[in-house]
Design a protein around this ligand. Structure first.
Ligand SMILES: [Zn+2]
Length: 133
């Protein structure tokens, strides 16, 4: 669901019901609205243990938020609350490797924290500390 969610803000813009398959909405507007993705994440997370599809919603929402975080640095930006905001760091497709690497590091840190109480991240930080002394 994370993968599907990570592509959702873009494919939700496509008019799949039409023959032309054009966008039914302006690029990076409603489908990239950060507040809606955050609300979906909080609602799905709150439903964990109460509703069977809740974990799917959490994965979908996290994927969608990752998409917004990846779109945020380029000039068009993302409408987090009401107006678009851009970090203006690079153009689309320029630093994909950096975004993917940062995502994997974040996923590793989250998995380490949830399943291993952060022992691997603590070990890595200790190695970095001792190497810089
Ligand atoms: Zn996008």
């Amino acid at each position: 669901m994370g993968f599907i969610g990570s592509t959702a803000p873009d494919w939700l813009e496509v008019a799949w019901w039409s023959r032309s398959r054009r966008l039914w909405i302006t690029h990076r507007t409603l489908t990239h609205w950060g507040l809606a993705w955050i609300a979906l994440l909080f609602y799905s997370y709150e439903q964990l243990g109460k509703s069977t599809p809740a974990p799917l919603g959490v994965g979908f929402a996290i994927g969608g938020l990752m998409h917004l975080l990846a779109d945020w640095p380029n000039p068009l930006g993302v409408p987090w609350l009401c107006c678009r905001h851009s970090l203006n760091w690079w153009k689309s497709g320029r630093c994909d490797l950096l975004v993917v690497a940062a995502s994997w590091i974040g996923a590793f840190a989250c998995a380490d924290y949830v399943w291993f109480h952060g022992i691997h991240c603590a070990w890595i930080m200790e190695c970095v500390r001792s190497a810089t002394r």
